[in-house]
Write a protein that binds this ligand. Structure first.
Ligand SMILES: Nc1ncnc2c1ncn2[C@@H]1O[C@H](COP(=O)(O)OP(=O)(O)OP(=O)(O)O)[C@@H](O)[C@H]1O
Ligand SMILES: [Mg+2]
Length: 227
């Protein structure tokens, strides 16, 4: 369970201070499939980066399973991220010189798992995201949707509790975007992984089980939808 309590994040932009989050509080339960939506500049990326232990806040607190992640130092945050969180980005952020297989397997190499287990888990997750037979291809030889599938496999291969996705479909056409969302939802249901994804696309918002709307650094609505 994720608990965000009165989180404030100010950015210093030259002389002026940009109030990116103005005291945001929310709770997200295990296995939720949540969208964080709102116009450009509303604070979506800032909120995801704070939950993802990538950024530091100015005041407030974030607890994940009772652990105060916001009190951790840089090294503790890195370890926490590595063991508990998966990330998916708008521009995929794959390593261009690595194959699909290597882009996924290196995550497990960092965790020092045995070679046989790395191979088995990498092949299994690539099959699950629909990339069987494409393991040896580099990202440049795959479509945008296929590249995002590699990113989903990379995020999920270590069985994280939480996957954070910042505008995962923004670079995809709407049909491919929908396929990616369906894949995320299938993985959410199969592994009970919590998914939090940001968007400003109505189609993507409609896909979520719960929609949190940000505006100017505040939550203006938080709505659960029965599917
Ligand atoms: N590194 C930074 N330095 C200064 N200001 C920043 C920085 N990052 C974000 N901001 C400001 O903080 C506010 C929130 O930004 P954020 O990136 O979280 O918005 P967003 O909702 O993700 O927008 P978008 O939809 O464009 O991605 C904006 O006003 C933005 O200009
Ligand atoms: Mg953003």
């Amino acid at each position: 369970m994720i608990k965000v309590e009165q989180v404030v994040r100010d950015y210093q932009a030259g002389e002026t201070v940009v109030k990116a989050l103005k005291g945001v509080s929310l709770e997200i339960g295990d296995g939720e499939f949540v969208s964080i939506a709102g116009p450009s500049g509303s604070g979506k990326t800032t909120l995801l980066n704070l939950i993802g232990c990538i950024d530091a806040l100015d005041s407030g607190e974030i607890l994940i399973d009772g652990v105060k992640v916001t009190s951790m130092d840089k090294k503790e945050k890195t370890t926490y991220r590595r063991n508990n969180l998966g990330f998916i980005f708008q521009t995929y952020n794959l390593i261009p010189v690595l194959s699909a297989y290597e882009n996924v397997s290196f995550v497990l190499s960092i965790l020092n798992l045995p070679e046989a287990e790395i191979h088995q888990r990498t092949m299994a997750i690539l099959r699950e995201v629909g990339l069987q037979g494409m393991e040896d291809r580099r990202p440049s030889r795959l479509s945008g949707g296929q590249q995002q599938r590699i990113a989903i496999a990379r995020a999920l291969v270590k069985n994280p509790r939480i996957v954070l996705a910042d505008e995962p479909t923004a670079n995809l056409d709407s049909k491919t975007g929908q396929e990616i969302l369906k894949l995320m939802k299938a993985m959410n249901e199969k592994y009970h992984t919590t998914f939090i994804f940001s968007t400003h696309d109505q189609m993507v918002m409609d896909f979520a089980d719960r929609l949190i709307l940000l505006h100017d650094g505040n939550i203006i609505s938080d709505e659960r939808r029965s599917v």
